[in-house]
Write a protein that binds this ligand. Structure first.
Ligand code: ZN
Length: 118
C-alpha cells in the first residue's frame, strides 16, 4: 500500500486541510525568504505566505488556493513518512509520489518548484 493510500484509508479524506486536522497537525502561515515554500515539524506545518503571493492564476493548480494545497500535501507527506515508513529513506521522491497520488496531479510535483525558485 502506498503512503497516499494508507493516509486516505486512515484519515478517511483526500482533503489536505481535513487530513491535517485529523492527524493532529496544526497549519500556520508565516513569511520568510523563499528558500522553502513550507516546513514541518512534529504536529506542525508552516506555509510560506511569500510563496502564496506568487500565485500565477486565479484558479487551478497554481492559484493561491492550489499552491496552498500543494504545499500542505508535501509537508503532510514528510510527516506521515516519518511516522509510518521504516528507515531513513524519507526522500523527496517518496513525498512527491504521495502528493501526486493524493491530489491526482496531472503533472510532476517538481513542476511547482520551478515557480518558487524564480
Ligand atoms: Zn520536501
Amino acid at each position: 500500500m502506498s503512503l497516499a493510500e494508507r493516509a486516505i484509508e486512515e484519515f478517511g479524506t483526500r482533503d489536505v486541510h481535513e487530513m491535517a486536522r485529523r492527524a493532529g497537525v496544526r497549519i500556520v502561515f508565516e513569511r520568510w525568504p523563499l528558500v522553502s515554500v513550507g516546513e514541518c515539524e512534529t504536529g506542525l506545518i508552516r506555509v510560506n505566505q511569500t510563496a502564496l503571493e506568487r500565485a500565477s492564476e486565479d484558479a487551478g493548480w497554481f492559484s493561491r488556493e492550489g499552491l496552498e494545497r500543494l504545499i500542505i500535501a508535501h509537508e503532510l507527506g514528510h510527516l506521515l513518512a516519518a511516522k509510518w515508513v521504516e528507515g531513513e529513506d524519507h526522500s523527496e521522491a517518496l513525498v512527491h509520489d504521495f502528493v501526486r497520488e493524493l491530489l491526482d496531479l496531472p503533472f510532476a510535483p517538481t513542476e511547482c518548484e520551478r515557480l518558487w525558485k524564480r
